[in-house]
Design a protein around this ligand. Structure first.
Ligand SMILES: [Zn+2]
Length: 368
């Protein structure tokens, strides 16, 4: 509404009769009740085509300072029939509301929310998103969480963690804590993968990563972890063929002393080792630290990594990530786009990827 329009509206209400104000407030009550119905909200919305899988980035940044720079939001993994929200940091809710307004997301499509560990860049928006998921459907939905989130959040808010959705605790045999190794949500099978990450002082083996077995492709989401010598083999044992790795390579020390990222995160220089050991079609760099809000650093990292990986004769494509980016995996082809808005880093990522990735429909573009 324009400033003039607002002034006119306020003047009109100031001069309205009491009966007229009561009629308007009754209308507000009726709207309020209607908005609580599960069918409310923008619809219809767009879902992936049958047989394809999508990853939608809700916030490309992570860690404390990336979160404070406004970009930690996790991602959606979805198929034509199933949607899982993973690690909703504090940017997730705003991003999802923006997508919903544009017909690109609906709370009703959520089947599960997954939280890999109890760090705020991964869980801060879990409760409002859980409220959205539970309010939009009469069906019971799921929370998939690591052992720490299961125990602590269950004690903090049993109303949310248990009453509002069924909690499934996920854990790899190497995880410190008990849980299921695998959960099936619709047509996506989600496996816990090991992580070596300091969730709290002295708790380095409680976080998990995830491997998504989707109809179109296998995807490994490293979450926050170091690259331990055994990790690639453990992931390959769970999921032998990977189209995509979502890698939390934010400890980007090219020149700094080894150890900066101890029990913390992947480093830039870990990515070629992952490409070598697992041979994925693509590695998406995600969970950037705050400096990587700058497009220049993000693309420089992608160019450097691609140069190293190609120089080693490996086929993996490096993908910089951006807020609102949608990756579509279908029939051996991965495409990337940012369907709405986007920031400078998003525009730069799109320009870079346009020069690297095949386009859907172009013959001979099978990429994994
Ligand atoms: Zn993190």
């Amino acid at each position: 509404m324009t400033a003039d329009g607002s002034q006119e509206m306020v003047q009109g209400l100031l001069s309205a009769s009491t009966a007229e104000l009561e009629r308007i407030l009754a209308e507000a009550d009726a709207n309020d009740i209607a908005m609580r119905e599960p069918a409310a909200g923008p619809a219809p919305h767009r879902l992936p085509a049958p047989g394809t899988s999508e990853v939608m980035i809700l916030g490309a940044l992570g860690c404390r300072h990336g979160m404070l720079a406004g970009g930690a939001g996790g991602h959606l993994v979805r198929t034509a029939t199933t949607t899982v929200l993973v690690d909703p940091g504090p940017a997730a809710l705003g991003c999802l509301l923006g997508l919903a307004l544009r017909g690109l997301f609906s709370w009703a499509e959520l089947d599960a929310i997954c939280v890999t560990h109890l760090d705020p860049d991964h869980y801060a928006d879990a409760i409002p998103c859980l409220e959205g998921m539970a309010a939009a459907s009469r069906q019971r939905k799921h929370l998939l969480v690591n052992p720490t989130v299961s125990r602590r959040c269950g004690a903090f808010s049993p109303y949310h963690f248990g009453e509002m959705a069924d909690v499934i605790t996920l854990a790899h045999p190497d995880t410190d804590g008990d849980g299921e190794p695998t959960a099936k949500v619709g047509d996506i099978t989600i496996h816990a993968t090991p992580a070596f990450h300091m969730e709290e002082k002295g708790r380095n083996r409680t976080a998990i990563g995830l491997a998504y077995e989707t109809p179109a492709a296998g995807i490994w989401y490293t979450s926050d972890t170091n690259l331990t010598p055994e990790l690639p083999g453990q992931v390959a044992a769970i999921m032998p063929g990977l189209a995509l790795v979502i890698a939390h390579a934010d400890a980007s020390n090219i020149a700094q002393a080894p150890g900066r990222a101890r029990a913390c995160h992947l480093e830039t220089r870990d990515i070629p080792a992952i490409a070598d050991k697992l041979r994925p079609g693509h590695i998406l760099i995600h969970h950037y630290d705050a400096a990587y809000s700058a497009a220049r650093y993000r693309i420089a990292q992608a160019v450097w990594l691609q140069r190293v990986i190609t120089g080693q004769g490996l086929p993996t494509q490096i993908l910089p990530s951006a807020n609102g980016q949608r990756l579509t995996l279908a029939s051996g082809l991965l495409t990337s786009e940012i369907p709405v808005g986007g920031d400078d880093a998003g525009a730069a990522a799109t320009a870079y990827l346009d020069s690297r990735l095949p386009r859907a429909g172009r013959p001979g573009t099978e990429s994994w």
